[in-house]
Ligand binder design. Structure first.
Ligand code: SAH
Length: 568
């Protein structure tokens, strides 16, 4: 998710079709940014929203840079209520619909002026920069570029006002980004901008900036690891903001204490093979770095800020996700977030399409519905290389879908790299639940979920389970009720059910629920014909207590009460 200044990718938010052309020009400058369009007013946006104000506030709270194509005043009003909330402020810009003006509004310390200049360049206009320090010096001293960290913001603000008041300054250390700045430089200046990795006491006359050029290498996780890393940095005389990442022996990749430590230190985890010593591993991953052993860890100081993506490699991730029945509102937010960070998306073509649209940098691997084990193995091969992989299922991935296939592939594998993958299963709204919700509450009491497909199990087992479940008076939810290759089985299944259930038992048929053209029918078991059902249908057969009553809007409600009559 490489974005602006290491931030998340920006959101381009537009209100009308008239802004789409400008939005596309902005997207050419920031290819990772998605265009969000107002539903019903904008066709061809990457995603749609219903409320402009709610969308802006949600993006702001997530720390997503916002480029809003509308009046600056509208943006200010929408965000006014959230400005006091604590947290890092993302860049927020208003851009005129026709691209004739770029106004940075918020996020001075997260690079809004830089973005405004980039946008101004892309649109051929001058950005409306109003920040004094920025105007005077041509750069925001308090927002050093990616790879550098300011030691103390409050101290920095005082320092900049001193310079604005006319104090001269000199630079100690290597600050290539200041070469173009118009600073009041003088060799004899009292004020210094000091760039270096070492820990130094704060001083009113010094603006301290730390290059992120330090890596701490370790062989294994341990409780209290973050404190151990801090101890090693102190022993080496290094300031903590200089820490760029932790480099860990890949054998330890799956240890949870590593994630905790990295989160606490606010740095990335990277991994490398360790065959010799820790120092050998560090030297190989960071050629040219100065190494020292500190308290059982190795501290490596590189000569310049590090591109963390080039140090070792990251831990691969494999998420098996459920899209829900189809409608975007029924997709859980964790699944949406996972899709946006995925590098590779695997699945049956229909579902991959349903999960999109995807960015150009995301690779889609569409396969036939029957190649599940092969797809699962392919997913692990990609994730074991350090990629972020998503395997998509419809509904819930654990219900007659990919999660079990992925676990079966892992269970059968002796490759340690597969077992070290960060594997997560993210749930979705399964078709039986989505269908039940539309019909009322037919699954309100004990129920049984079955797939009627005999592709992966003998038909005799299906018949036996149907018989016992029907006898037990469970509500029955049938997935895969019928298909072209097995047209007669539903009839056979219903014969079994009819041995135990009365003809007036309600049956709910949901077809393409949550998708365009969805239909919902409630019939009786006596009326039910296999011809009313196809492979896109969910069949819910009621129990002896399931009942229906008229619904004013048309049709009926079906529900199964939560109580059950006491046995006679
Ligand atoms: N993992 C999926 C189920 C896959 S099995 C889930 O949890 O929903 C495929 C079967 O699910 C189909 O044959 C059909 O019976 C049912 N199904 C899936 N999506 C559906 C939908 N949108 N409407 C009705 N039935 C659906």
């Amino acid at each position: 998710m490489a974005g602006l200044n290491g931030q998340q990718a920006a959101a381009i938010v537009i209100l009308g079709a008239g802004s789409l052309a400008t939005a596309r020009r902005i997207q050419q400058r920031y290819p990772q940014a998605a265009i969000h369009g107002l539903r019903g007013r904008v066709e061809g946006a990457d995603s749609q929203y219903d409320s402009f104000a709610d969308t802006l506030r949600a993006l702001y709270r997530q720390g997503t840079p916002i480029i809003a194509l509308c009046a600056a005043g509208i943006v200010i009003r929408c965000l006014a209520s959230v400005l006091d909330e604590k947290g890092a402020e993302p860049p927020v810009l208003a851009v005129a619909e026709d691209g004739s003006a770029v106004v940075p509004l918020l996020g001075g310390l997260s690079g809004v002026n830089g973005m405004a200049r980039e946008l101004g360049e892309a649109l051929g206009v001058a950005a409306a920069i109003t920040t004094s320090g920025e105007l005077r010096f041509g750069t925001c001293l308090l927002n050093p570029p990616e790879g550098y960290a300011l030691a103390d913001l409050e101290q920095g603000k005082r320092f900049v006002s001193d310079l604005l008041a006319g104090e001269p300054v000199r630079i100690e250390g290597d600050a290539p980004w200041l070469a173009q700045a118009q600073l009041p430089a003088s060799d004899g200046a009292q004020r210094t901008i000091h760039v270096g990795c070492e820990a130094r006491a704060a001083s009113r006359s010094e603006l301290l900036i730390h290059p992120r050029a330090v890596v701490v290498a370790l062989a294994a996780g341990a409780p209290g690891l973050a404190e151990q890393v801090r101890g090693a940095l102190r022993a080496a005389g290094i300031a903590e903001p200089s820490l760029a990442c932790l480099l860990v022996a890949e054998q330890a990749m799956a240890e949870p204490s590593l994630q905790d430590a990295a989160a606490e230190l606010g740095v990335a985890l990277r991994f490398a093979a360790m065959s010799g010593t820790l120092a050998d591993m560090a030297a190989q991953a960071l050629p040219g770095a100065r190494l020292s052993e500190q308290q059982g860890l190795v501290v490596a100081v590189a000569p310049a800020p590090l591109d963390v993506a080039g140090v070792g490699r990251k831990r691969g991730r494999l998420a098996v996700i459920g899209l829900g029945p189809g409608a975007a509102e029924l997709m859980v937010p964790a699944v949406k977030a996972e899709l946006s960070r995925a590098q590779d998306i695997l699945g049956y073509e229909t579902y991959v399409r349903m999960a999109g649209p995807f960015r150009h940098d995301q690779v889609q691997h569409c396969t036939d519905n029957r190649e599940e084990m092969q797809r699962a193995r392919h997913a692990f091969e990609l994730a074991a290389q350090g990629r972020s992989v998503v395997v998509v299922s419809s509904g819930d991935p654990g219900v007659f879908a990919m999660a079990a296939a992925v676990l079966e592939a892992l269970h059968a594998s002796t490759d340690p790299a597969w077992h070290r993958v960060d594997l997560e299963i993210l749930p979705g709204v399964s078709a039986s639940l989505a269908t039940a919700a539309q019909a009322g509450a037919p699954l309100g009491h004990d129920f049984c979920v079955m797939s009627l497909s005999d592709n992966l199990k003998p038909w005799s087992i299906i018949e036996k389970r149907l018989d016992l479940a029907a006898e037990a008076d469970l509500v029955l939810a049938f997935y895969n009720p019928i298909s072209k290759s097995r047209p007669h089985q539903l009839g056979l299944a219903l014969d079994v059910v009819r041995r135990h259930r009365k003809g007036d038992t309600p049956v709910v048929l949901g077809r393409d629920i949550g998708r365009p053209g969805q239909t919902l029918k409630v019939v009786t078991l006596a009326e039910l014909q296999p011809g009313m059902v196809d492979m896109r249908t969910m069949v819910l057969v009621g129990s002896s207590t399931t009942c229906t009553f008229e619904r004013l809007a048309g049709g009926c409600w079906a529900y199964t009460p939560r109580w059950y009559p006491a046995p006679r």
